[in-house]
Design a binder for this molecule. Structure first.
Ligand code: 5GP
Ligand code: MN
Length: 342
């Protein structure tokens, strides 16, 4: 765990400030929950705070409290620039390096002259003036809870804050099932329910809000599933035409990779999603046990993340990307066999 210049940050925040809070590109439940949870907290403390995200969030997070006030750097570019220009500090949530917000926005942030404060659980974070980094944490949302606790303000957590933080803990732990879910996570969750998070509603809003097209796309993805038993590996592909055919909306492929990992005996799963607009194949990796997909994504696919959940990209076409992926597996045969003994 790294906690850098916390006392100084606490002193800085003792009087009202102009604050910008940023989540990563393609924000997920944890990025949205942590930024929105923190913005509600700062507003309660009398600060002026603004959440900025690089691009649009998934449709299934549209119900979250405070979403309507977020600026998307891509769409509300001049408002976003003005907020950054007027801010006295920028909080970076749920990502570990400025390039994770995308080239355009990263350029703006690189030119920023005030300080950054990082709250994040990803591995190998870049250095910032203020840092709270803990790679053992299941989610940035749990860290925002502890941050508010360290600020001595646990009693300020209200229904809105609790709802936001619950959402990100839930989505980043696969509904409290991943190894990163600790007894402390459950204590935090229990407290968030006490403070007003309506757990049944949150689960329903996120997981029972599928469109017909999303389920059809899932059906297609499952038909595309390939298992490679000798490497305990399985992967899924989704090409652009399949997205078009199934009325693809942002967020529709979220979580689909977990179906590949749910195959009995599989310890390494990947999903390859064609993005014709960006001209890349976006990849998600998941693993069970010791095999680190963070290292795999870093080494071969320009990405990173966590030991058991990471992402990356490929500039090759789908066919070439799959060939590259398959050609990498033999050297990991022993590691994959031993990754997760039943
Ligand atoms: P997902 O597969 O759900 O998009 O992402 C899994 C984890 O890997 C998340 O923590 C996410 O932040 C991280 N991740 C996803 N894509 C990338 C990437 O291209 N680069 C890096 N460094 N991390 C990524
Ligand atoms: Mn996260």
């Amino acid at each position: 765990m790294i906690l850098r210049h916390f006392k100084e940050l606490q002193a800085f925040l003792a009087s009202p400030k102009n604050i910008v809070i940023i989540g990563h590109r393609n924000p997920d439940g944890d990025a949205m929950g942590s930024t929105l949870g923190l913005v509600h907290y700062f507003e309660k403390k009398g600060h002026k705070a603004q959440v900025l995200i690089p691009n649009e969030h998934p449709e299934f997070l549209r119900w979250m409290p405070g979403v309507e006030n977020i600026y998307r750097f891509e769409k509300q570019n001049s408002q976003a620039h003005r907020s950054i220009r007027n801010s006295e500090i920028i909080f970076l949530l749920d990502f570990n390096a400025l390039h994770r917000v995308g080239d355009d926005m990263a350029k703006t942030l690189n030119a920023y002259e005030n300080d950054f404060a990082l709250i994040d659980h990803h591995q190998q974070p870049d250095e910032f003036r203020y840092m709270y980094s803990d790679t053992s944490m299941c989610s940035t949302c749990q860290m925002v809870y502890h941050f508010i606790e360290m600020m001595g303000d646990i009693d300020l957590i209200d229904e809105n804050i609790a709802t936001c933080l619950y959402t990100g803990i839930m989505t980043d732990t696969g509904s409290f099932r991943f190894r990163s879910t600790t007894s402390t996570t459950h204590r935090v969750i229990a407290d968030l329910i006490d403070k007003g998070a309506k757990n049944d509603r949150i689960h329903g809003n996120v997981y029972d809000s599928n469109s017909y097209g999303r389920l059809q796309l899932l059906g297609q993805a499952l038909r595309n599933l390939v298992e490679i038993p000798q490497y305990k590996t399985a992967y899924i592909t989704i090409n652009d035409q399949e997205k078009v055919d199934n009325n693809f909306q942002k967020g529709d492929t979220e979580g689909v990779v977990n179906y590949a990992l749910s195959l009995s005996g599989v310890v390494f799963a990947a999903i390859f999603i064609e993005d014709r607009e960006q001209k890349i194949i976006k990849i998600s990796f998941r693993s069970k046990g010791a095999f680190s997909v963070n290292q795999f994504a870093r080494n071969y696919f320009n990405g990173g993340g966590h030991d058991n959940a990471a992402g990356g990209r490929s500039e090759l076409n789908m066919h070439e990307t799959i060939e590259k992926f398959q050609s990498l597996l033999p050297q990991y045969k022993n590691e994959l066999q031993a990754s997760y003994e039943e």
